[in-house]
Design a protein around this ligand. Structure first.
Ligand SMILES: NC(=O)c1ccc[n+]([C@@H]2O[C@H](COP(=O)([O-])OP(=O)(O)OC[C@H]3O[C@@H](n4cnc5c(N)ncnc54)[C@H](O)[C@@H]3O)[C@@H](O)[C@H]2O)c1
Length: 258
């Protein structure tokens, strides 16, 4: 049990990687609060995992809203009295480029992918300060490698990467014992990758061409699975990584080697 008795919060736990992190954390002995804007998906996951005997609790949350963060963290404070692990995972993806991306697309992506991480770190630290903890911000290889058709997404994830380092340094400087790291998955089989989470501003042909080109550039010649990323998150969440802060953990089948 690598996370025995730790209290964890995973955002976007109703689907894809967040679901895999929630399940794996609970299997490793954590008490896991997980949130999602999609209440139906969240409730279904909660029922399935609790039926399997895992300690998980679903809370509805829009991660872009400060009031939702306050409500969720207050609930965890009341029920558990502390928070050991926070995974800022919820996010959305769209394909757009500098000419097709609208101001509304840009604001929406940055609100959900970046402002959410700012809010999670800002308020999560309050609950972690006394006993210490681990914050994992889910960025992407889009924070490391350029991609012409992921304009707003790359901007949001690149900012998450450096926000993470700033928060890591702040916590270290203040002696909070909170480690803060970013996770950079490559192309992972989830509904987000299938393009279901946002408006795409490219033609159908351009979308297919972009996906085919990217798939052809993965050295391991396949997309990853959420389970293949979950192990990396357990490592960052656990006491196996007590000397790791401000780092970028890449899980991408070699994509960013190019
Ligand atoms: N799939 C990939 O290839 C890939 C690669 C790199 C990074 N990522 C990142 O991993 C994270 C998880 O993505 P995924 O691929 O599992 O996608 P997913 O679409 O399967 O899951 C994302 C979850 O976030 C939730 N969500 C969306 N907006 C929200 C909001 N405003 N408030 C709360 N919840 C919200 C969705 O309802 C969904 O359940 C995201 O941050 C994504 O950018 C994904």
């Amino acid at each position: 049990m690598r996370l025995d008795n730790k209290v964890a919060l995973v955002t976007g736990g109703g689907s894809g990687m967040g679901l895999a992190f929630t399940q794996r954390f609970a299997e490793e002995g954590a008490i896991v609060f997980f949130t999602d804007i999609n209440e139906r998906a969240g409730r279904e996951v909660e029922q399935r995992l609790t039926t399997a005997g895992l300690a998980v609790v679903f809370l509805a949350q829009n991660v872009a809203l400060e009031s939702d963060w306050m409500r969720v963290l207050e609930h965890i404070r009341e029920v558990s009295g502390r928070l050991d692990v926070l995974v800022n995972n919820a996010g959305i993806g769209t394909l757009n480029n500098i000419e097709t991306c609208t101001v509304e697309d840009f604001d929406r992506i940055l609100d959900v992918n970046l402002k959410s991480v700012f809010l999670g770190c800002k308020h999560g630290i309050e609950l972690m300060k006394e006993q210490g903890g681990s914050i994992i911000n889910v960025a992407s290889i889009a924070a490391i490698c350029g991609e012409p058709n992921a304009l707003a997404y790359s901007a949001s994830k690149g900012a998450v990467r450096l926000l993470t380092k700033s928060v890591a340094l702040h916590c270290a400087q203040r002696g909070y014992a909170i480690r803060v790291n970013s996770l950079h998955p490559g192309y992972i089989e989830t509904p987000l990758l299938a393009g279901s989470s946002g408006s795409t501003r490219l033609s159908a042909d351009e979308v297919v061409a972009t996906r085919t080109r990217i798939a052809g550039e993965i050295p391991l010649k396949r997309r990853g699975t959420p389970d293949e990323v979950a192990g990396a998150v357990v490592y960052l969440a656990s006491d196996e990584s007590t000397y790791v802060t401000g780092t970028e953990l890449v899980v991408d089948g070699g994509y960013s080697c190019h």
